[in-house]
Design a binder for this molecule. Structure first.
Ligand SMILES: [Zn+2]
Length: 368
């Protein structure tokens, strides 16, 4: 039986009401949202740091959304009863002296909601339920307009195996895990990533006979060559200058801590990074060993072949990790939203031609 908890929330008018015992920071600091025909998508999370002497439990999160005139447009909440896990990374509770990621439980709003300001109220209790803590903060999200003219970097029929929606593994990257803390990772550099795979008409990426019914996990010890995508050309998504290239890594779906210690980008195996010279950088990861056709310092045009799809680095199977980011490296960069031109969405029998479109996990696209 859960103990009953009576909450007395004091609604704070302040911009940032923190508590000496608990601090909450918005990650990343700059909050962007994306938009399609129906919805607005927020992509940020909270880092909760427990500076109190006891272990704490997050029990309720309440939001209030305000328009430009500071008028209320929506209220909502989740609590222990409606969502037991409250989307914390790892297990509850949050130990004294530790930090933990809390995944934003309100990531989607329909287009009718004016997303000017979102006010958050967090309430916590100590593990023994003797203490209550309240923290409130405001977030002012900004609609991101991609500056670079981008096209999908893989042609043919492509499945966005994993994008950056709230449930995607890119989004759920827990950099508070001791492994990543040891590597010095303090932000989610893959927040807006895509894993593109080439698929057939049925959406299957593997043409051999999988050893299990699951085609994409590395424990099935399958052959890279059995994937439709292995070795297909990868194209520059936009114009720019190549600022980094790595080409010698085997397509063995592995990365070691030693490699990462030497090069923070080694997780991507073989990669090409293009600086679009407007604060946006394109990342192409897990490329095929020896396939890269561009050199550091070279100018590239949109649609130019830069390499081939592979399975190098931390890759489960042959695919392209593509992402727009705000810099080079993997420790001090953030992902950015990216909208693409000149492709079709495959919707059953129908194909819808897209310009400036948003794609995400599970979407099937085609481009020539
Ligand atoms: Zn990826």
């Amino acid at each position: 039986m859960k103990k009953h908890l009576i909450l007395i929330l004091t609604l704070s008018q302040s911009l940032w009401s923190q508590n000496n015992n608990i601090t909450i920071s918005v990650k990343p600091e700059k909050v962007y949202y994306e938009k399609d025909q129906s919805n607005q998508y927020l992509n940020f999370d909270f880092l909760i740091e427990n500076k109190s002497s006891s272990n704490i439990i997050l029990n309720t999160v309440e939001i209030a959304v305000y328009d430009q005139n500071n008028k209320l447009a929506r209220r909502d909440l989740v609590n222990l009863y409606s969502r037991e896990s409250l989307e914390l990374s790892g297990a509850k509770p949050i130990e004294s002296g530790k930090g933990k990621l809390f995944f934003n439980p309100f990531p989607i709003f329909t287009n009718v909601i004016p997303l000017n300001k979102i006010h958050y109220e967090f309430s916590f209790n100590s593990e023994d339920w003797k203490e209550n803590y309240f923290v409130s903060l405001d977030v002012f999200p900004e609609l991101y307009k991609t500056k670079t003219n981008l096209i999908p970097p893989v042609k043919g029929r492509v499945l966005v195996w994993n994008g950056h929606d709230s449930n995607s593994h890119h989004r759920r990257f827990d950099y508070t895990d001791p492994l990543f803390v040891k590597r010095g990772t303090t932000i989610n550099f893959q927040r807006f990533g895509y894993d593109f795979v080439v698929v057939n008409e049925e959406g299957i990426m593997y043409k051999g006979k999988p050893k299990t019914n699951i085609e994409w996990y590395d424990d099935i010890a399958d052959d890279n060559n059995d994937y439709y995508g292995f070795g297909v050309p990868i194209y520059a998504a936009g114009d720019g200058i190549v600022i980094d290239v790595r080409d010698e890594v085997a397509d063995n779906r592995q990365v070691s801590e030693e490699e990462i210690a030497k090069n923070e980008k080694a997780y991507g195996g073989n990669y090409v990074i293009i600086d679009h010279q407007n604060g946006e950088f394109s990342w192409f990861g897990h490329l095929k060993q020896g396939s890269i056709t561009v050199k550091k310092g070279q100018t590239v045009k949109q649609g130019e072949v830069i390499g081939a799809m592979g399975a190098s680095g931390g890759s489960l199977f042959p695919h392209l990790h593509y992402e727009l980011r705000n810099g080079d490296g993997a420790k001090r960069v953030e992902g950015l939203p990216s909208y693409f031109n000149n492709y079709s969405r495959v919707l059953g029998n129908k194909k819808t031609s897209m310009t400036n479109g948003l794609i995400n996990s599970g979407d099937i696209i085609e481009s020539k």
